[in-house]
Unconditional design. Structure first.
Length: 82
C-alpha cells in the first residue's frame, strides 16, 4: 500500500465513519451490511497503521479513527442492551 493510497483510504474511512456516527445520532434505523461492520473498518485502519513508512500525520489520523470506531462500538453495545 502506498503512502498516497493510505491517505486517501483514511479520508474515505473518515467519511464512512462520519455517516455511521450521524446515523447513530439521528436515531435512524441502525445501519446494516458490510459498510456498517465496525470490525471491518478497524481492520482497514490497523492495516494502514502497520505500514512502516506511514507519516506521523497519517498515524495520528488513523489513531483518531480507531478511537471514534471504538466509541461507536460502545454506543451500539449500549443501545443493544436496552
Amino acid at each position: 500500500m502506498s503512502y498516497d493510497f493510505a491517505e486517501k483510504d483514511l479520508a474515505h474511512i473518515h467519511h464512512v465513519l462520519s455517516h455511521l456516527e450521524q446515523s447513530a445520532v439521528s436515531a435512524r434505523t441502525r445501519e446494516t451490511g458490510p459498510m456498517a461492520s465496525l470490525d471491518y473498518w478497524q481492520a482497514r485502519v490497523r492495516a494502514i497503521l502497520a505500514m512502516p513508512t506511514l507519516s506521523a500525520h497519517a498515524q495520528k489520523q488513523a489513531k483518531e479513527l480507531l478511537g471514534r470506531l471504538e466509541r461507536l462500538k460502545d454506543s451500539r453495545r449500549c443501545a443493544a442492551s436496552r
